[in-house]
Design a protein around this ligand. Structure first.
Ligand SMILES: [Zn+2]
Length: 338
């Protein structure tokens, strides 16, 4: 079959790879209905993470179970499933505490930018739908696998409440999903920080009430001006750079929480300024598995349409163009047909 391999900076190839097979009795093999490229795939693509040997790319997935190992009991061949990008057993103490992304048996999904993928710990990782979903919901169900679940976690970790004033730092796909999540959680005001017209428009469609195009000190000043000098009740940090993290801390009101889901690159915090800012921080890889049943339900009932975040659809063979388009910010997120 064809699969996506990253060989080094800006060298991603769609090439013949071996079909996955059951390696452990807890594995499942799924036939993907669609797959996509994640913003975090751009870190190794841009050479910011080392690629020592060719990497099988892709960790967002949904599809139909093709085969299961002998120990798998909750999903059967023929069922439509969505799974998290974090593989988890869903039974260990961290999983039961709702932090499946720190599962004692955690693995990170790989190899999903392909027609078939192996999912370890299938019972703990996969959530099945009752029936096969209609085709038009596939992009939104795929989004639940990572980008939506991550934006949702940012809002959950930031403790968005009904009526909250929320700031979303970052207008990438995760930030936009953070806007959608804050809206679903009943935020009263959602301030999206974005300087790109297409992303601003999508943020407004997902529920943003205000757009701020300034960054850094000017951006913080605008937020202070919009909140009577107080700062936001909840801040979602969806980038992971020193600038975005500083911006997030400075626009959070004392006593409030920052949900940070952008993988930090080069972020170093000053202990004293953090101490006196009196803000709380909770972040890390999103425990998407905790939210999956609810998010899939919202999609299946057509209450949310996160699939709109995909603004480019390509066949798997053109995966290289999908990465380029996202790298050059011509596309927010690329869906790959398999
Ligand atoms: Zn676990």
């Amino acid at each position: 079959m064809l699969g996506t391999m990253l060989y080094g900076p800006r060298d991603v190839r769609c090439e013949e790879v071996p079909e996955p097979r059951i390696l452990q009795p807890t594995d499942a093999i799924i036939r993907l209905s669609a797959t996509c490229i994640c913003g975090s795939d751009l870190w190794p693509y841009r050479g910011l993470n080392d690629v020592k040997s060719p990497m099988a790319m892709g960790h967002e997935y949904c599809g139909i179970v093709e085969e299961v190992g002998s120990a798998v009991t909750t999903v059967r061949p023929g069922r439509f499933v969505v799974g998290s990008f974090c593989i988890s057993d869903n039974t260990c103490p961290h999983c039961r505490f709702g932090f499946q992304s720190s599962c004692e048996q955690r693995e990170f999904m790989t190899g999903a930018q392909a027609p078939l993928a192996r999912v370890p710990l299938a019972d703990g990782t996969l959530v099945a739908t009752g029936e096969l979903p209609p085709d038009d919901l596939i992009p939104s169900l795929l989004a639940a696998s990572d980008v939506l679940g991550t934006g949702w976690y940012a809002a959950d970790a930031a403790r968005v409440q009904p009526g909250s004033t929320v700031v979303v730092v970052g207008d990438g796909a995760v930030g936009l999903m953070g806007v959608l999540a804050a809206k679903q959680m009943g935020a009263g005001r959602i301030i999206a920080m974005s300087r790109h017209k297409t992303r601003q428009d999508l943020a407004l469609e997902f529920g943003a009430t205000d757009i701020i195009s300034e960054r850094g000190d000017a951006g913080v000043a605008r937020i202070k001006a919009l909140t009577n000098g107080i700062g936001a009740d909840a801040v979602l940090e969806c980038v992971g750079t020193p600038e975005s993290m500083t911006q997030a801390i400075q626009c959070t009101r004392p006593g409030a929480m920052i949900g940070y889901v952008g993988v930090p690159h080069g972020v170093e915090l000053n202990g004293q300024s953090l101490f006196f800012s009196q803000v709380g921080m909770l972040g890390g890889p999103a425990p998407v598995r905790r939210f999956l049943p609810h998010l899939m339900d919202l999609v299946l009932q057509r209450k949310i349409n996160p699939g709109k975040v995909f603004d480019l659809t390509l066949p798997l063979a053109d995966v290289g163009e999908g990465y380029r388009a996202m790298d050059e910010r011509r596309a927010i997120k690329t869906l790959l047909r398999v």
